[in-house]
Design a protein around this ligand. Structure first.
Ligand SMILES: Nc1ncnc2c1ncn2[C@@H]1O[C@H](COP(=O)(O)OP(=O)(O)OP(=O)(O)O)[C@@H](O)[C@H]1O
Ligand SMILES: [Mg+2]
Length: 250
């Protein structure tokens, strides 16, 4: 009887319950999320899809502790994060969460290596050079440590951003349209990388995408519409995703 559900190893990496997020007040208020509950099992890859403005980025930011829900809760393992004081949240986020953006968000004047080190430095940590090099090797950029972002292709720049997100060895990697600025073939390299992280390292990954082919890399696809979770597909093909999306749009 001493055993509890939290010690069975099946605990969610991230669990959100009844998330609401409103921007603004009164008649100008936008209800970006209107009661979304999701659980992300450790070592799984989830895609989030839905029409523009449906709340995908808002959901990702709330799950990643980068935005606070107006109502509802977000837990990382045992920790309720949505109401932690900002300092504590920032500290926890650095250790547990990585984030990749559509627009790479690299510092152009810094080298690849410095970009990957930057979050640790901002946190006042002494970033281990080996860790940085490991992260770059993992994304196939060994030897490019001294390059500047402007000397790399778009796909390579996004790989630097993935390395930057992974260098702290986060439990969960969030990616908001990570292939949105890339062509199909280059996007596929990034998707292979995310998939390999899940399969080989047990990484938990959540990715927003508009592309059914990208979504088909995930184990599960969540569909948002108008701030609500409206559907879920398990291990779908790209064709199944496309078909379901066109029903949402139509
Ligand atoms: N900071 C903000 N202030 C006011 N409204 C916001 C803010 N951020 C998002 N919204 C609104 O919330 C709704 C959901 O936005 P969100 O960015 O989550 O959509 P999305 O599904 O990511 O869309 P897209 O596919 O275009 O990126 C939209 O109506 C948007 O205008
Ligand atoms: Mg968005």
């Amino acid at each position: 009887m001493a055993e509890t559900a939290t010690h069975t190893g099946t605990q969610a990496a991230v669990r959100a319950q009844d998330l609401h997020r409103e921007y603004g007040r009164g008649t100008a208020a936008v209800r970006a999320l209107r009661g979304v509950s999701v659980e992300l099992a450790p070592g799984t890859f989830t895609a989030v899809m839905g029409p523009s403005g449906s709340g995908k980025t808002t959901l990702l930011h709330c799950l990643a502790g980068m935005d606070r829900p107006t109502r509802g809760s977000v837990r990382w393992g045992d920790t309720e994060v949505s109401r932690l004081p900002e300092r504590r949240l920032a500290e926890l986020r650095r250790g547990r969460v990585g984030f990749v953006f559509q627009a790479f968000n690299l510092m152009p004047a810094m080298t690849v290596e410095q970009n990957v080190e930057l979050p640790g430095r901002l946190a006042g940590e002494r970033p281990g050079r080996d860790r940085v090099r490991d992260a770059l090797a993992r994304v196939g950029l060994a030897g490019r440590e001294r390059s500047r972002p402007g000397q790399l292709s778009g796909g390579q720049q996004q790989r630097v951003a993935v390395a930057r997100a992974l260098v702290s060895r986060p439990e969960v990697l969030f990616a908001d349209e990570p292939t949105g600025a890339l062509d199909r073939a280059t996007g596929r390299e990034i998707l292979d990388l995310l998939r390999a992280g899940v399969d080989q390292e047990g990484q938990t990954c959540v990715m927003v995408t508009h592309d059914p082919v990208a979504a088909a890399y995930a184990d599960r696809v969540l569909l948002l519409a108008d701030g609500l979770l409206v559907d879920e597909l398990v291990r779908p093909t790209a064709a199944q995703v496309g078909e379901r999306l066109s029903r949402l749009d139509g």
